[in-house]
Design a binder for this molecule. Structure first.
Ligand code: BGC
Length: 271
């Protein structure tokens, strides 16, 4: 690496510092998909990472192992983001394991299912709203409560469906539209105290949530036609956007949504 000469008082020409050195990150739903790629990416940029998961522990342990192999610190913490006591414990255990309060929160955990309105069960409506909207509320509130005066960043993983209506996914669209305005509102509340809130809106990404789509060539082709770039995105492409939004390069970005969707929101079928 090129450096200023030894003994010189000049600053190094190239610094070894990484953008997220010293940051303590929590990624919800980090055992698979976008969450997994984000946990690994944040760690590769210097953050220590709490890998939240629910259910099977093995995939979360694998993420922790991958991060540790690269020389960073990570811990797996099980918690249901929709349950207040779980979230309070999640923030406590993350802070204890990472050596201080979480100052980089990625609200990624999310669920979806398909029901036309007249068939939508109330408990399914409530499950999707609880995980996708109440979860980010609880996690962000608890993070901010633990912060004191320290600066921090929060990145919400929204969706193109914070703006595109999606038939049979009214609960999902309501959760993501709600997440957008929730994030913008708290972005105003929190910016004066040095907490930045922003959103990433992925389009169709190659993750477990799209497993059925990936196995159905006709549906996949139909989906690809909705994307000017002609392909689904990768979790790593979303993780890169999240890391940038959370880092020093985005210090002046407050309350914005960064769409990472291959152009899906550009009305590809409109003549
Ligand atoms: C959903 C995916 C969907 C994509 C584009 C995402 O928010 O999770 O299932 O393919 O939006 O419609």
């Amino acid at each position: 690496m090129e450096r200023a000469g030894a003994g010189s008082s000049a600053r190094p020409l190239v610094s070894d510092a990484r953008p997220l050195d010293g940051r303590r990150a929590l990624v919800t739903g980090a055992a698979t998909g976008i969450g997994r790629a984000t946990a690994v990416r944040l760690a590769s940029e210097g953050a220590s990472v709490s890998v939240n998961y629910i259910g099977d522990r093995a995939p979360a342990d694998a993420v922790v192992a991958e991060i540790e192999e690269r020389g960073s610190t990570a811990v797996a913490v099980e918690a249901d983001v929709a349950v207040e006591a779980d979230v309070q414990r999640l923030l406590r255990e993350s802070a204890a394991a990472l050596g201080g309060a979480v100052d980089l929160l990625v609200n990624n955990a999310g669920v979806e299912s398909s029901y036309p309105l007249e068939e939508m069960p109330l408990d399914e409506w409530e499950r999707v709203l609880s995980v996708n909207l109440t979860g980010p509320f609880l996690c962000t509130r608890e993070m901010v409560r633990g912060l004191g005066d320290s600066p921090a960043a929060v990145v919400m993983v929204s969706s193109v469906h914070e703006t595109i209506p999606w038939p049979s996914f009214s609960h999902y669209c309501a959760s993501k539209g709600g997440l957008k305005l929730f994030a913008q509102t708290i972005a105003r509340e929190l910016a004066p105290r040095g907490v930045r809130v922003a959103l990433v809106a992925p389009g169709a990404i190659l993750t477990p949530i799209n497993r059925a789509l990936m196995k159905d060539p006709a549906k996949l082709r139909e989906q690809e036609e909705q994307i000017p770039l002609g392909r689904l995105g990768t979790p790593e492409e979303i993780a890169g956007a999240i890391a940038w939004l959370a880092g020093p390069g985005a210090e002046y970005v407050v309350g914005s949504t960064l769409f990472v969707d291959g152009g899906m929101t550009l009305y590809p079928r409109f003549v």
